[in-house]
Write a protein that binds this ligand. Structure first.
Ligand SMILES: Cc1cc2nc3c(=O)[nH]c(=O)nc-3n(C[C@H](O)[C@H](O)[C@H](O)COP(=O)(O)OP(=O)(O)OC[C@H]3O[C@@H](n4cnc5c(N)ncnc54)[C@H](O)[C@@H]3O)c2cc1C
Length: 444
Protein backbone atom coordinates (compact mmCIF):
# COMPACT_ATOMS: atom_id res chain seq x y z
CA UNK A 1 0.00 0.00 0.00
CA UNK A 2 1.46 3.37 -0.98
CA UNK A 3 1.39 6.65 0.92
CA UNK A 4 -2.08 7.90 1.58
CA UNK A 5 -3.01 11.20 -0.08
CA UNK A 6 -3.53 14.01 2.43
CA UNK A 7 -7.10 14.72 1.36
CA UNK A 8 -8.05 11.12 2.05
CA UNK A 9 -6.72 11.10 5.58
CA UNK A 10 -8.22 14.47 6.48
CA UNK A 11 -11.61 13.21 5.38
CA UNK A 12 -11.51 9.84 7.05
CA UNK A 13 -10.11 10.67 10.47
CA UNK A 14 -12.14 13.64 11.61
CA UNK A 15 -15.20 11.59 10.66
CA UNK A 16 -14.18 8.87 13.09
CA UNK A 17 -13.44 11.35 15.88
CA UNK A 18 -16.68 13.18 15.18
CA UNK A 19 -18.40 9.83 15.47
CA UNK A 20 -17.03 9.29 18.99
CA UNK A 21 -18.12 12.77 20.03
CA UNK A 22 -21.52 12.21 18.44
CA UNK A 23 -21.79 8.99 20.45
CA UNK A 24 -20.99 10.89 23.62
CA UNK A 25 -23.39 13.71 22.78
CA UNK A 26 -26.21 11.25 22.10
CA UNK A 27 -25.41 9.45 25.35
CA UNK A 28 -25.39 12.81 27.17
CA UNK A 29 -28.76 13.78 25.69
CA UNK A 30 -30.23 10.46 26.75
CA UNK A 31 -28.86 11.06 30.23
CA UNK A 32 -30.29 14.60 30.38
CA UNK A 33 -33.73 13.35 29.37
CA UNK A 34 -33.47 10.53 31.90
CA UNK A 35 -32.36 13.00 34.56
CA UNK A 36 -35.21 15.33 33.69
CA UNK A 37 -37.71 12.50 33.88
CA UNK A 38 -36.25 11.47 37.21
CA UNK A 39 -36.67 15.04 38.42
CA UNK A 40 -33.03 15.87 38.86
CA UNK A 41 -30.85 18.54 37.29
CA UNK A 42 -28.90 18.19 34.05
CA UNK A 43 -25.27 17.18 33.80
CA UNK A 44 -22.53 19.12 35.41
CA UNK A 45 -19.37 17.24 36.29
CA UNK A 46 -18.28 19.72 38.88
CA UNK A 47 -21.58 20.04 40.66
CA UNK A 48 -23.28 16.70 40.13
CA UNK A 49 -26.74 16.36 41.56
CA UNK A 50 -27.24 13.97 44.41
CA UNK A 51 -30.26 11.79 44.97
CA UNK A 52 -30.33 8.71 47.17
CA UNK A 53 -30.13 6.48 44.09
CA UNK A 54 -27.06 8.09 42.56
CA UNK A 55 -25.31 9.23 45.70
CA UNK A 56 -22.49 6.71 45.78
CA UNK A 57 -20.96 7.55 42.42
CA UNK A 58 -21.72 11.25 42.13
CA UNK A 59 -20.55 11.96 45.67
CA UNK A 60 -17.01 10.97 44.78
CA UNK A 61 -16.95 13.48 41.93
CA UNK A 62 -18.32 16.30 44.03
CA UNK A 63 -14.98 16.66 45.80
CA UNK A 64 -13.41 18.35 42.79
CA UNK A 65 -13.97 21.95 43.77
CA UNK A 66 -11.68 24.82 44.64
CA UNK A 67 -8.03 25.30 43.79
CA UNK A 68 -6.18 22.36 42.26
CA UNK A 69 -3.52 21.17 44.71
CA UNK A 70 0.01 22.45 43.90
CA UNK A 71 -1.52 24.69 41.19
CA UNK A 72 -2.90 28.18 40.98
CA UNK A 73 -6.30 27.78 39.28
CA UNK A 74 -9.55 26.16 40.31
CA UNK A 75 -11.33 23.17 38.82
CA UNK A 76 -14.37 25.05 37.59
CA UNK A 77 -12.28 27.63 35.74
CA UNK A 78 -10.01 25.04 34.15
CA UNK A 79 -13.00 23.00 33.05
CA UNK A 80 -14.60 26.06 31.44
CA UNK A 81 -11.40 27.33 29.80
CA UNK A 82 -10.67 23.90 28.40
CA UNK A 83 -14.16 23.37 27.04
CA UNK A 84 -14.66 26.81 25.54
CA UNK A 85 -11.20 27.83 24.53
CA UNK A 86 -8.36 25.33 24.47
CA UNK A 87 -9.99 22.07 23.44
CA UNK A 88 -11.46 23.39 20.16
CA UNK A 89 -8.17 25.09 19.19
CA UNK A 90 -6.03 22.07 20.08
CA UNK A 91 -8.31 19.75 18.12
CA UNK A 92 -7.65 21.83 15.02
CA UNK A 93 -3.96 22.30 15.71
CA UNK A 94 -3.02 18.61 15.96
CA UNK A 95 -4.55 17.96 12.55
CA UNK A 96 -2.16 20.40 10.88
CA UNK A 97 0.70 18.90 8.83
CA UNK A 98 3.38 20.15 11.22
CA UNK A 99 1.81 18.46 14.23
CA UNK A 100 0.67 15.18 12.78
CA UNK A 101 4.05 13.59 11.97
CA UNK A 102 6.05 12.26 14.88
CA UNK A 103 9.57 10.84 14.71
CA UNK A 104 9.92 7.79 16.90
CA UNK A 105 12.05 4.71 17.53
CA UNK A 106 9.36 2.07 17.39
CA UNK A 107 11.23 -1.19 17.74
CA UNK A 108 11.73 -2.13 21.32
CA UNK A 109 14.78 -3.17 23.23
CA UNK A 110 13.74 -3.29 26.86
CA UNK A 111 16.73 -2.30 29.03
CA UNK A 112 15.22 -3.57 32.29
CA UNK A 113 14.20 -7.20 31.85
CA UNK A 114 14.84 -9.91 29.28
CA UNK A 115 12.75 -10.05 26.18
CA UNK A 116 9.55 -11.83 27.18
CA UNK A 117 8.79 -13.00 23.67
CA UNK A 118 6.22 -10.30 23.06
CA UNK A 119 8.40 -7.68 21.57
CA UNK A 120 10.08 -8.44 18.25
CA UNK A 121 9.28 -5.42 16.21
CA UNK A 122 12.54 -5.43 14.33
CA UNK A 123 11.53 -8.85 12.98
CA UNK A 124 8.15 -7.49 11.96
CA UNK A 125 9.74 -4.69 9.99
CA UNK A 126 7.30 -2.48 8.16
CA UNK A 127 9.59 -0.60 5.83
CA UNK A 128 11.08 1.61 8.49
CA UNK A 129 12.64 4.28 6.36
CA UNK A 130 15.67 6.08 7.83
CA UNK A 131 15.38 9.84 7.79
CA UNK A 132 18.50 10.14 5.65
CA UNK A 133 16.58 8.48 2.83
CA UNK A 134 13.54 10.67 3.21
CA UNK A 135 11.55 11.31 1.03
CA UNK A 136 12.73 8.61 -1.42
CA UNK A 137 11.67 6.04 1.11
CA UNK A 138 8.03 6.79 0.43
CA UNK A 139 8.53 4.60 -2.56
CA UNK A 140 8.89 1.70 -0.13
CA UNK A 141 5.70 -0.22 0.05
CA UNK A 142 4.93 -0.55 3.76
CA UNK A 143 4.01 -4.12 4.53
CA UNK A 144 1.07 -4.69 6.83
CA UNK A 145 2.02 -6.29 10.13
CA UNK A 146 0.80 -9.82 10.20
CA UNK A 147 -2.01 -9.63 12.72
CA UNK A 148 -1.92 -13.40 13.02
CA UNK A 149 1.67 -13.36 14.16
CA UNK A 150 1.66 -13.28 17.96
CA UNK A 151 5.34 -12.54 18.24
CA UNK A 152 4.90 -9.20 16.50
CA UNK A 153 3.02 -7.57 19.30
CA UNK A 154 0.38 -7.92 21.92
CA UNK A 155 -3.22 -6.85 21.63
CA UNK A 156 -5.57 -6.57 18.71
CA UNK A 157 -4.78 -5.79 15.09
CA UNK A 158 -5.59 -2.20 16.06
CA UNK A 159 -2.41 -2.20 18.16
CA UNK A 160 -0.25 -2.06 15.03
CA UNK A 161 1.01 1.30 13.85
CA UNK A 162 0.13 2.46 10.35
CA UNK A 163 3.37 3.92 8.96
CA UNK A 164 1.88 5.73 6.00
CA UNK A 165 3.31 9.26 5.91
CA UNK A 166 3.20 12.43 3.87
CA UNK A 167 6.59 13.56 2.55
CA UNK A 168 6.30 17.36 2.75
CA UNK A 169 7.10 17.84 6.36
CA UNK A 170 10.80 17.74 7.01
CA UNK A 171 12.74 20.83 7.62
CA UNK A 172 15.69 21.98 9.58
CA UNK A 173 15.05 22.52 13.25
CA UNK A 174 17.63 22.28 15.99
CA UNK A 175 18.83 18.77 16.75
CA UNK A 176 19.12 18.68 20.52
CA UNK A 177 18.75 15.80 22.94
CA UNK A 178 16.21 16.12 25.73
CA UNK A 179 18.01 15.60 29.09
CA UNK A 180 14.85 14.19 30.69
CA UNK A 181 14.20 11.36 28.24
CA UNK A 182 15.97 8.11 27.34
CA UNK A 183 15.74 8.04 23.54
CA UNK A 184 18.39 10.11 21.86
CA UNK A 185 16.25 12.43 19.80
CA UNK A 186 19.17 13.20 17.52
CA UNK A 187 19.76 9.55 16.63
CA UNK A 188 17.92 9.67 13.34
CA UNK A 189 19.22 6.30 12.16
CA UNK A 190 16.92 4.64 14.67
CA UNK A 191 13.83 6.73 14.01
CA UNK A 192 10.88 6.37 11.73
CA UNK A 193 8.11 8.86 10.94
CA UNK A 194 4.52 8.13 11.89
CA UNK A 195 1.33 9.95 10.94
CA UNK A 196 -0.50 10.34 14.26
CA UNK A 197 -3.88 10.89 12.63
CA UNK A 198 -3.69 7.42 11.13
CA UNK A 199 -2.89 5.96 14.55
CA UNK A 200 -5.32 7.42 17.08
CA UNK A 201 -4.85 6.57 20.75
CA UNK A 202 -7.59 4.11 21.68
CA UNK A 203 -8.27 0.59 22.91
CA UNK A 204 -5.72 -1.85 21.52
CA UNK A 205 -6.33 -4.99 23.57
CA UNK A 206 -2.99 -4.54 25.36
CA UNK A 207 -3.80 -5.64 28.87
CA UNK A 208 -2.91 -8.21 31.53
CA UNK A 209 0.38 -8.84 33.35
CA UNK A 210 2.65 -7.32 30.72
CA UNK A 211 0.88 -3.94 30.72
CA UNK A 212 0.54 -3.93 34.51
CA UNK A 213 4.24 -4.78 34.90
CA UNK A 214 5.12 -1.52 33.13
CA UNK A 215 2.88 0.61 35.33
CA UNK A 216 4.14 -1.21 38.44
CA UNK A 217 7.75 -0.56 37.44
CA UNK A 218 6.94 3.09 36.78
CA UNK A 219 5.32 3.62 40.17
CA UNK A 220 7.30 1.27 42.41
CA UNK A 221 10.80 1.27 41.05
CA UNK A 222 10.94 5.00 40.65
CA UNK A 223 10.24 5.94 44.24
CA UNK A 224 6.73 7.11 43.44
CA UNK A 225 4.98 4.54 45.63
CA UNK A 226 3.65 7.03 48.11
CA UNK A 227 3.70 9.93 45.67
CA UNK A 228 0.29 11.46 46.35
CA UNK A 229 1.15 11.95 50.02
CA UNK A 230 4.84 12.71 49.67
CA UNK A 231 5.80 15.75 51.72
CA UNK A 232 8.43 16.71 49.17
CA UNK A 233 6.85 18.70 46.39
CA UNK A 234 9.24 17.45 43.68
CA UNK A 235 8.41 13.78 44.25
CA UNK A 236 4.71 14.56 44.62
CA UNK A 237 4.79 16.48 41.35
CA UNK A 238 6.47 13.61 39.50
CA UNK A 239 3.93 11.13 40.87
CA UNK A 240 1.03 13.35 39.87
CA UNK A 241 2.40 13.88 36.38
CA UNK A 242 2.63 10.13 35.79
CA UNK A 243 -0.71 9.40 37.41
CA UNK A 244 -2.37 12.18 35.39
CA UNK A 245 -0.90 10.74 32.21
CA UNK A 246 -2.05 7.26 33.24
CA UNK A 247 -5.57 8.64 33.76
CA UNK A 248 -5.49 10.21 30.33
CA UNK A 249 -4.40 6.95 28.68
CA UNK A 250 -7.18 5.08 30.52
CA UNK A 251 -9.67 7.76 29.45
CA UNK A 252 -8.72 7.34 25.79
CA UNK A 253 -8.87 3.55 26.02
CA UNK A 254 -12.39 3.67 27.48
CA UNK A 255 -13.64 6.48 25.23
CA UNK A 256 -12.75 4.68 22.01
CA UNK A 257 -13.39 1.03 22.80
CA UNK A 258 -14.13 -2.07 20.75
CA UNK A 259 -17.59 -2.70 22.15
CA UNK A 260 -18.49 -5.62 19.93
CA UNK A 261 -15.68 -7.53 18.28
CA UNK A 262 -17.63 -9.62 15.74
CA UNK A 263 -19.31 -6.54 14.26
CA UNK A 264 -16.24 -4.31 14.82
CA UNK A 265 -18.46 -1.86 16.70
CA UNK A 266 -16.51 0.94 18.45
CA UNK A 267 -17.69 3.57 20.90
CA UNK A 268 -17.39 4.92 24.44
CA UNK A 269 -17.36 2.31 27.20
CA UNK A 270 -18.90 4.31 30.02
CA UNK A 271 -18.69 1.62 32.68
CA UNK A 272 -14.99 1.07 31.95
CA UNK A 273 -14.51 4.85 32.08
CA UNK A 274 -16.08 4.83 35.52
CA UNK A 275 -14.08 1.81 36.75
CA UNK A 276 -10.72 3.20 35.64
CA UNK A 277 -11.15 6.94 35.91
CA UNK A 278 -14.21 8.43 37.60
CA UNK A 279 -14.30 6.00 40.51
CA UNK A 280 -10.99 7.48 41.68
CA UNK A 281 -11.28 11.26 42.24
CA UNK A 282 -7.54 11.53 42.89
CA UNK A 283 -6.85 10.18 39.38
CA UNK A 284 -9.08 12.90 37.93
CA UNK A 285 -7.35 15.48 40.14
CA UNK A 286 -3.99 14.32 38.82
CA UNK A 287 -5.29 14.63 35.26
CA UNK A 288 -6.19 18.27 35.96
CA UNK A 289 -2.78 18.77 37.54
CA UNK A 290 -0.87 17.31 34.58
CA UNK A 291 -2.95 19.41 32.19
CA UNK A 292 -2.06 22.61 34.06
CA UNK A 293 1.59 21.64 34.32
CA UNK A 294 1.86 21.14 30.56
CA UNK A 295 -0.20 24.26 29.89
CA UNK A 296 2.21 26.24 32.06
CA UNK A 297 5.15 24.93 30.01
CA UNK A 298 3.41 25.84 26.74
CA UNK A 299 2.60 29.37 27.91
CA UNK A 300 6.07 29.83 29.42
CA UNK A 301 7.56 28.96 26.04
CA UNK A 302 5.21 31.47 24.35
CA UNK A 303 7.99 33.55 22.75
CA UNK A 304 9.67 30.50 21.28
CA UNK A 305 6.44 28.86 20.12
CA UNK A 306 4.94 31.99 18.59
CA UNK A 307 8.10 32.63 16.54
CA UNK A 308 8.91 29.05 15.54
CA UNK A 309 8.96 27.90 11.94
CA UNK A 310 5.96 25.68 11.23
CA UNK A 311 6.41 25.54 7.48
CA UNK A 312 5.73 22.23 5.77
CA UNK A 313 5.30 23.48 2.22
CA UNK A 314 1.58 24.18 2.48
CA UNK A 315 1.33 27.95 3.02
CA UNK A 316 -2.37 28.05 3.90
CA UNK A 317 -2.18 25.24 6.43
CA UNK A 318 1.09 26.56 7.88
CA UNK A 319 -0.36 30.06 8.41
CA UNK A 320 -3.31 28.51 10.18
CA UNK A 321 -0.90 26.54 12.36
CA UNK A 322 0.86 29.76 13.44
CA UNK A 323 -2.42 31.47 14.12
CA UNK A 324 -3.72 28.56 16.22
CA UNK A 325 -0.50 28.51 18.26
CA UNK A 326 -0.86 32.24 18.93
CA UNK A 327 -4.48 31.69 19.97
CA UNK A 328 -3.15 29.43 22.74
CA UNK A 329 0.04 31.08 23.92
CA UNK A 330 -1.10 34.71 23.69
CA UNK A 331 -4.68 34.22 24.75
CA UNK A 332 -5.91 37.15 26.84
CA UNK A 333 -8.84 35.25 28.33
CA UNK A 334 -6.61 32.39 29.41
CA UNK A 335 -4.03 34.81 30.82
CA UNK A 336 -6.72 36.54 32.84
CA UNK A 337 -8.47 33.40 34.04
CA UNK A 338 -5.41 31.37 34.93
CA UNK A 339 -2.27 33.56 34.70
CA UNK A 340 0.14 30.98 36.17
CA UNK A 341 -1.37 27.49 35.74
CA UNK A 342 1.46 25.96 37.77
CA UNK A 343 4.11 27.80 39.75
CA UNK A 344 7.40 25.98 39.35
CA UNK A 345 9.10 28.51 41.63
CA UNK A 346 7.40 26.85 44.60
CA UNK A 347 9.44 23.72 44.00
CA UNK A 348 12.32 23.61 46.42
CA UNK A 349 12.77 20.99 49.06
CA UNK A 350 15.26 22.91 51.15
CA UNK A 351 18.97 22.95 50.58
CA UNK A 352 19.05 19.77 48.53
CA UNK A 353 16.79 21.24 45.84
CA UNK A 354 19.38 20.77 43.08
CA UNK A 355 20.03 17.19 44.14
CA UNK A 356 16.29 16.51 44.15
CA UNK A 357 15.93 17.96 40.68
CA UNK A 358 18.71 15.64 39.50
CA UNK A 359 16.99 12.70 41.18
CA UNK A 360 13.71 13.67 39.55
CA UNK A 361 15.46 13.83 36.19
CA UNK A 362 17.00 10.37 36.75
CA UNK A 363 13.62 8.85 37.70
CA UNK A 364 11.95 10.40 34.69
CA UNK A 365 14.77 9.13 32.49
CA UNK A 366 14.09 5.58 33.77
CA UNK A 367 10.36 5.99 33.18
CA UNK A 368 11.12 7.10 29.65
CA UNK A 369 13.34 4.03 29.12
CA UNK A 370 10.47 1.79 30.27
CA UNK A 371 8.56 2.79 27.15
CA UNK A 372 10.82 0.38 25.24
CA UNK A 373 9.31 -2.45 27.31
CA UNK A 374 5.73 -1.68 26.24
CA UNK A 375 4.63 -4.75 24.29
CA UNK A 376 2.12 -3.11 21.97
CA UNK A 377 3.35 -0.97 19.15
CA UNK A 378 0.65 1.69 19.13
CA UNK A 379 0.75 1.98 22.93
CA UNK A 380 4.52 2.41 22.67
CA UNK A 381 4.05 5.14 20.06
CA UNK A 382 1.68 7.16 22.25
CA UNK A 383 3.61 6.30 25.42
CA UNK A 384 6.82 7.64 23.87
CA UNK A 385 5.14 10.72 22.46
CA UNK A 386 3.50 11.65 25.74
CA UNK A 387 6.61 10.95 27.81
CA UNK A 388 8.63 13.15 25.43
CA UNK A 389 5.88 15.77 25.79
CA UNK A 390 6.20 15.62 29.59
CA UNK A 391 10.00 15.61 29.30
CA UNK A 392 9.75 18.74 27.17
CA UNK A 393 7.48 20.42 29.73
CA UNK A 394 9.97 19.49 32.49
CA UNK A 395 12.82 20.85 30.37
CA UNK A 396 11.01 24.16 29.82
CA UNK A 397 10.07 24.54 33.48
CA UNK A 398 13.25 23.27 35.16
CA UNK A 399 16.18 23.11 32.78
CA UNK A 400 16.11 26.53 31.19
CA UNK A 401 15.34 30.06 32.24
CA UNK A 402 13.24 31.40 29.39
CA UNK A 403 13.55 34.93 30.75
CA UNK A 404 17.32 34.80 30.58
CA UNK A 405 17.60 34.16 26.88
CA UNK A 406 21.31 35.04 26.71
CA UNK A 407 22.76 32.52 29.12
CA UNK A 408 19.92 29.97 28.96
CA UNK A 409 18.32 30.09 25.53
CA UNK A 410 15.33 27.84 25.11
CA UNK A 411 16.11 25.42 22.32
CA UNK A 412 13.38 22.98 21.46
CA UNK A 413 13.55 20.60 18.59
CA UNK A 414 10.81 19.87 16.07
CA UNK A 415 9.84 16.59 17.71
CA UNK A 416 9.69 18.06 21.22
CA UNK A 417 7.23 20.74 20.11
CA UNK A 418 5.10 18.13 18.33
CA UNK A 419 5.10 15.94 21.45
CA UNK A 420 4.33 18.86 23.79
CA UNK A 421 1.34 20.11 21.81
CA UNK A 422 -0.04 16.63 21.11
CA UNK A 423 0.27 15.80 24.82
CA UNK A 424 -1.65 18.94 25.75
CA UNK A 425 -4.28 17.98 23.21
CA UNK A 426 -4.58 14.43 24.67
CA UNK A 427 -4.94 15.82 28.20
CA UNK A 428 -7.46 18.41 27.04
CA UNK A 429 -9.48 15.71 25.30
CA UNK A 430 -9.40 13.58 28.45
CA UNK A 431 -10.79 16.49 30.49
CA UNK A 432 -13.55 16.78 27.92
CA UNK A 433 -14.28 13.06 28.24
CA UNK A 434 -14.50 13.46 32.03
CA UNK A 435 -16.81 16.42 31.54
CA UNK A 436 -19.06 14.41 29.22
CA UNK A 437 -18.96 11.02 30.94
CA UNK A 438 -19.26 12.00 34.59
CA UNK A 439 -22.99 12.80 34.43
CA UNK A 440 -23.64 9.49 32.66
CA UNK A 441 -22.29 7.13 35.30
CA UNK A 442 -25.42 7.35 37.43
CA UNK A 443 -27.38 5.85 34.58
CA UNK A 444 -25.23 2.76 34.13
C1 LIG B 1 2.80 3.44 28.32
C2 LIG B 1 1.53 2.66 28.15
C3 LIG B 1 0.66 3.03 27.13
C4 LIG B 1 -0.53 2.32 26.94
N1 LIG B 1 -1.36 2.67 25.92
C5 LIG B 1 -2.48 1.96 25.69
C6 LIG B 1 -3.34 2.26 24.59
O1 LIG B 1 -3.08 3.17 23.81
N2 LIG B 1 -4.43 1.47 24.41
C7 LIG B 1 -4.73 0.42 25.24
O2 LIG B 1 -5.74 -0.26 25.02
N3 LIG B 1 -3.95 0.13 26.31
C8 LIG B 1 -2.83 0.85 26.55
N4 LIG B 1 -2.03 0.54 27.60
C9 LIG B 1 -2.48 -0.46 28.55
C10 LIG B 1 -3.39 0.20 29.63
O3 LIG B 1 -2.80 1.35 30.17
C11 LIG B 1 -3.70 -0.74 30.81
O4 LIG B 1 -2.49 -1.18 31.36
C12 LIG B 1 -4.54 -1.93 30.42
O5 LIG B 1 -5.71 -1.50 29.79
C13 LIG B 1 -4.92 -2.78 31.66
O6 LIG B 1 -5.61 -1.95 32.58
P1 LIG B 1 -5.86 -2.33 34.11
O7 LIG B 1 -7.28 -2.07 34.41
O8 LIG B 1 -5.32 -3.69 34.37
O9 LIG B 1 -5.05 -1.27 34.96
P2 LIG B 1 -3.79 -0.44 34.57
O10 LIG B 1 -4.21 0.78 33.83
O11 LIG B 1 -2.78 -1.33 33.92
O12 LIG B 1 -3.22 0.05 35.98
C14 LIG B 1 -2.39 -0.79 36.81
C15 LIG B 1 -2.56 -0.35 38.25
O13 LIG B 1 -2.10 0.99 38.40
C16 LIG B 1 -2.94 1.72 39.31
N5 LIG B 1 -3.52 2.87 38.59
C17 LIG B 1 -4.37 2.86 37.55
N6 LIG B 1 -4.62 4.10 37.11
C18 LIG B 1 -3.89 4.93 37.90
C19 LIG B 1 -3.72 6.33 37.94
N7 LIG B 1 -4.31 7.16 37.07
N8 LIG B 1 -2.91 6.85 38.90
C20 LIG B 1 -2.27 6.06 39.79
N9 LIG B 1 -2.38 4.72 39.78
C21 LIG B 1 -3.18 4.15 38.86
C22 LIG B 1 -4.00 0.76 39.80
O14 LIG B 1 -3.55 0.22 41.03
C23 LIG B 1 -4.03 -0.30 38.72
O15 LIG B 1 -4.42 -1.55 39.20
C24 LIG B 1 -0.83 1.23 27.79
C25 LIG B 1 0.05 0.86 28.81
C26 LIG B 1 1.23 1.56 28.99
C27 LIG B 1 2.19 1.14 30.08
Amino acid sequence: MGPEAPHRESKKLPKRRAWIWNGLIVAALVAIVAAFVAGIRGPSFLTPSITPSNKSRSCQLQKLKGVIEDCCCDYEMVDTINKELLHPVLQELVKKPFFRYFKVKLWCDCPFWPDDGMCHLRDCSVCECPESEFPETFKCQPKRLSVEDPKCQEGKPEAAVDRTVDHKVLNGWAEVDNPWTYDDETDNEQMTYVNLLLNPEKYTGYTGPSARKIWKAIYEENCLKDGQNDSCTERRVLYKLISGLHTSISAHVAADYLLDEPSNYWGPNISLFYERVLKFPERVQNLFFTYLFVLRAVTKAADFLSQADYSTGNAIEDNETCSLIVQIVMNKRLQKACPVPFNEAQLSCGADGVQLKNQMQQHFHNISALMDCVGCEKCRLWGKLQILGLGTALKILFSVDVHDSHTHPLDLQHNEVIALINLLSRLSESLQYVHMMAPLVDFL
